[in-house]
Design a protein around this ligand. Structure first.
Ligand code: GLU
Length: 431
């Protein structure tokens, strides 16, 4: 059975096919030559399963999406105070490569614009291994696979990197650069040339959503405090001079890169990533922004959306006999949001019910976000298609119009009817 979450991501790619505005970055020759029609989207909840659609295995350079991770590494190396003394956290409202420093403090305004990112790169400890090697190790731990550098891209950007060199000399002149300017820029550009896919980025982002712990390996890569601080900076400064617009419409702490990637983190729930190389006037992927707007709206991902996510919508599974028929009862709980419905759907896809009759008991469910409604309707369709009969116990009518998406019947029973029909077996958990 294919997960309805994958079907949804396919639809996101299809429904944004008309967005062909913008142009590939032209100040880095290798990026200008990228195929502008590539497109991909991925998401990964804090449970660690990656869902992806489109050119999901297409590698592209991480570019500025490396900045949050380099910043977190510098903080882990030196502590927050030390880094804050050297790089600020105020949105600049300026373009990513603006030649400006805070006139009062002389610091770069934040670590997401190039001035701050170059200063941050130079802060990463390199006594035992070069900063770039350490960053590649970190990216690999985050993505659970070896991440390398596109050397020809790095060479291409270095050859045209005057503006970043200018920034580095400016920082050096004001005593704000811990290393030699050209070495700092070379390291920073190589950091930006690491190649990733949307799958990698979704996993990397889900580690941030998971408070700094990689969801599959269980390894803590950043402390909770560093992660919280980083996400706050991404929320206010991640989308350059479009940060305010972005935060109100999409509402997801995010970072974009000039190769066309955008990575977003909804704390406690999910990491998302999109890729499409044409950029808008702010240097953010034009179709990527539209895809993220849709994801946020459809999946209820706006940070300011209130809700109390449960880790899983599934409280437990029971085997019963209902009106003489062997039955699987799924007991659901809490607020049904993307991350909690994902773990239920994952369970149903990986371990489909072994009985024809399936009961979903929603007596303990509080609120159901639209994403959970549509995803469960899609899941119900698949279960009915696979030959199951579905009974829904929903006393509070949290799901007002529950119907499978082809209009076929999902039976609604009261808890009393279930009680009457229930001939309890020596109940035990299934599987
Ligand atoms: N390497 C790029 C630069 O420094 C990164 C910019 C970006 O991705 O926004 O210009």
């Amino acid at each position: 059975m294919r997960s309805p979450i994958l079907d949804y991501l396919d639809a996101i790619v299809e429904q944004t096919g008309h967005v062909d505005s913008g142009a590939t970055a032209d100040y880095i020759p290798e990026l200008a030559a990228a195929d502008p029609n590539r497109v991909a989207v991925a998401l990964c909840t804090v449970n660690g399963t990656v869902y992806a659609s489109g050119d999901a295995d297409q590698e592209f350079s991480i570019q500025s999406m490396s900045k949050p991770f380099a910043y977190a590494l510098a903080i882990e190396d030196h502590g927050l105070e030390y880094v804050l003394d050297r790089v600020g956290v105020e949105p600049s409202g300026e373009a990513f490569n603006e030649l400006s420093l805070d006139p009062e403090t002389g610091r770069p305004r934040n670590p997401m614009i190039n001035a701050g990112a170059i200063a941050t790169h130079a802060l990463i400890r390199s006594e035992e291994a070069p900063a770039v090697e350490r960053l590649l190790g970190l990216f690999s731990d985050l993505a659970q696979r070896p991440i390398g550098i596109d050397e020809s891209l790095a060479a291409s950007e270095l050859a045209t990197g005057d503006r970043n060199l200018g920034l580095a000399y400016l920082l050096h002149a004001s005593g704000r650069l811990a290393r030699d300017p050209s070495a700092a820029v070379e390291g920073y550009i190589r950091q930006c040339s690491a190649t990733v896919t949307v799958r990698d980025l979704a996993l990397m982002a889900s580690t941030l959503a998971n408070g700094g712990v990689q969801p599959n390996t269980g390894v803590r890569l950043f402390s909770r405090e560093t992660t919280r601080h980083l996400l706050s900076v991404m929320a206010s400064c991640g989308m350059y001079d479009a940060a305010g617009d972005w935060f109100t419409s999409v509402g997801i702490p995010a970072k974009s890169g000039v190769a066309g990637g955008i990575m977003g983190v909804l704390p406690g729930q999910v990491g998302v990533a999109v890729f499409s190389p044409r950029l808008d006037a702010h240097g953010n992927s034009a179709r990527g922004v539209v895809m993220m707007e849709k994801l946020s709206k459809d999946l209820g991902l706006h940070l300011m959306e209130t809700g109390r996510p449960a880790r899983s919508s599934l409280r437990g599974t029971r085997k019963e006999t209902v009106e003489g028929e062997p039955t699987t009862v799924y007991v659901l709980q809490g607020d049904m949001v993307l991350s909690s419905i994902e773990s239920l759907v994952h369970e149903l896809v990986e371990n489909p019910p072994s009985t024809e009759l399936v009961v979903f008991d929603m007596s303990r469910v509080d609120e159901v976000l639209p994403v959970a409604r549509t995803t469960s309707a899609a899941m119900a369709t698949k279960l009915i298609d696979a030959g199951h009969r579905i009974i829904l116990i929903d006393p509070e009518e949290t799901v007002p119009e529950f119907q499978d998406s082809r209009g076929r019947a999902v039976e609604r029973w009261t808890s009393e009817r279930l009680e009457q029909g229930l001939l309890k077996e020596p109940a035990g958990p299934i599987g």
